[in-house]
Write a protein that binds this ligand. Structure first.
Ligand code: NAD
Length: 357
């Protein structure tokens, strides 16, 4: 991949290659777009096959963050970092401090966070070198994002229910949850409290047992969850779960879940729409964890953060409205919603306003 043509094509602002000889750090920080504010995005640590793959991943993930923050209504842009290395063997205090110094050098244009391969402990080390880090263990940090993500998914699911059945309550609706790990478990709890009927699956028997016992869910095998007769299918495990083979099997009217990158291809959004299934775009409905962690930038307040997460209801509703008014799949409608917000707020920000004293 040639980097500049890619930057030009998608409007990337900055790609920073970071190297530190003493610690062996090799990292890429990619800032896609700061129209709405500083670029927030996790720092992934991964054994990439080559550096081109690492750059491509950082760029792809940074751009996805721009859409996610914009659609979530946050005053933040999109960015992402990757550290090349094996998270099981290559971590050291020096490595993360070296990375933290690079984050600091960007003076707040990039704010880092946990991601695949990095932990709260790593963020604590990064914090020794920069203030531009979230998800640390320090007082006032937002902690595990999963309860917030689950709350947002539940709110978004209700927006879908309102659009499909004219009644947002999920009481007596059957919801099939694929994956009852961190997010799936909390989602099951909200749904059980509301009186929904739960069908659950997981490849881990202990996870299934817990929701069966605590919430009276019915367990099914992982390979049949897509065939279950239900009102809502909630993918909370894997990406790529909605594809040309699985979509024809679905018996639900709504797909709304936490998993990232649920569609195998963009065509799958159309396939779902053609089958009359309403799909809540993943990056809109699963933004609760992001909204929660972003609240740390204001001095974390859990009630305020969860109020904002609750607004995912309105974000999903807006996406559905755009899709139906413009005759497009909800995936495209979500992108348009994000792009329009960036355009509008970007225009506002071009006006010069003298700063207060
Ligand atoms: P998790 O690892 O805690 O839970 C995932 C569960 O899915 C596990 O219990 C796992 O055993 C199960 N699973 C894996 N393969 C399966 C299969 N084939 N069939 C059934 N179950 C399977 O992860 P999580 O934090 O709950 O996240 C779930 C999904 O939501 C992931 O795709 C994640 O990227 C996405 N997500 C999570 C958050 C968050 O705040 N945790 C935020 C945004 C998106």
């Amino acid at each position: 991949m040639d980097i500049f043509p890619e930057m030009q094509r998608y409007g990337y602002e900055q790609v920073v290659l970071c190297h530190d000889r003493a610690t062996g750090l090799r990292a890429i920080i990619c800032i896609h777009d700061t129209t709405l504010g500083p670029g927030l995005g996790g720092c992934r640590m991964w054994t990439y096959p080559n550096e081109a793959a690492a750059v491509a991943d950082a760029m792809r993930l940074a751009r996805a963050m721009t859409y996610k923050t914009a659609a979530a209504g946050l005053d933040l842009g999109g960015a992402k970092a990757v550290i090349i290395g094996d998270p099981r063997t290559d971590k050291s205090e020096g490595l993360f401090r070296a990375f933290g110094r690079y984050v600091q050098s960007l003076q707040g244009r990039y704010i880092t966070a946990e991601d695949v391969g990095t932990t709260v402990d790593d963020m604590d080390i990064i914090r020794l070198e920069t203030e531009f880090v979230t998800g640390t263990s320090a007082a006032g940090s937002s902690g595990d994002p999963s309860p917030a993500t689950a709350f947002g998914v539940w709110r978004g699911m209700k927006a879908c229910a309102g659009a499909v059945w004219g009644e947002e309550s999920l009481q007596k609706r059957t919801v099939a949850i694929q994956g009852v790990g961190s997010v799936g478990y909390h989602l099951a709890e909200h749904l059980a409290d509301e009186g929904a009927r739960l069908v659950v699956t997981d490849i881990r028997a202990d996870k299934v047992e817990r929701v069966v016992k605590e919430f009276g869910a019915r367990a099914v095998d992982p390979d049949v969850v897509l065939d279950v007769d239900c009102d809502v299918f909630a993918p909370c495990a894997l990406g790529g779960v909605l594809n040309e083979n699985t979509i024809p099997r679905l018996k639900c009217k709504v797909v709304a879940g936490a998993a990232n990158n649920q569609l195998a291809t963009e065509d799958d959004a159309r396939r779902l729409a053609e089958r009359g299934i309403l799909w809540a775009p993943d990056y809109v409905i699963n933004a609760g964890g992001l909204i929660n962690v972003a609240d740390e930038l204001l001095g974390y307040d859990r009630d305020r953060a969860f109020r904002k997460v609750g607004d995912i209801y309105h974000n999903v509703r807006r996406v559905i409205e755009i899709a139906s008014a413009e005759g497009i799949p909800t995936s495209q409608a979500a992108d348009r919603m994000a792009e329009r917000r960036m355009e509008l707020i970007g225009k506002l920000k071009h006006k010069y306003i003298p700063r207060g004293r």
